[in-house]
Design a protein. Structure first.
Length: 164
């Protein structure tokens, strides 16, 4: 929340607000010099065309439900969010001190470990965003799903299962 005021507005929003100079400089900043000036100008022209097409069509949020290709994206995004919640990470976070206590840590140490985990979650999320932007969302989603699936298949040796 503290860094939000320092983030640049998106080029699309700036084009909608008719701030084309700012949109151009923001787009160049976001592309970090990896695009040439011509490529950035071409992308800005595409954004302008897209905004004009959207304005002239008069579409609203209802289009998410009435247009097939948009609804396809909507249900996939909703399903992805649902599955992210169903993997259990949030529930584990809520009960982390209890889990650590069951694993043999003292009450105070389990609370401290849970606090450290919560604190580390913030920089790890930033790192995760960088990795996802570099490797691509589809690649990281498939790889993460495969790793989670393999982790579900791992079993404890039979002598350890009985004691836990």
């Amino acid at each position: 929340m503290l860094s939000l005021p320092f983030l640049p507005e998106t080029p699309r929003w700036l084009v909608v607000k008719n701030k084309l100079g700012q949109a151009q400089s923001t787009l160049h900043y976001l592309r970090d010099g990896s695009y040439s000036t011509d490529e950035t100008e071409h992308e800005l022209a595409e954004i302008k065309e897209n905004v004009e097409a959207h304005k002239s069509s008069g579409e609203t949020w209802i289009a998410l439900f009435t247009r097939r290709h948009l609804f396809s994206r909507l249900w996939r995004a909703a399903l992805l969010q649902f599955l992210a919640q169903m993997c259990g990470a949030t529930a584990m976070k809520y009960y982390l001190p209890t889990l650590f206590t069951k694993l043999g840590l003292s009450h105070q140490m389990s609370l401290m470990t849970g606090g450290i985990e919560s604190t580390l979650k913030i920089p790890c999320t930033v790192l995760e965003m960088i990795v996802i932007d570099r490797a691509g969302r589809k690649t990281t989603l498939i790889l993460g799903s495969a790793i989670m699936s393999l982790a579900m298949l791992v079993r404890l040796p039979s002598n350890q299962r009985k004691s836990s």
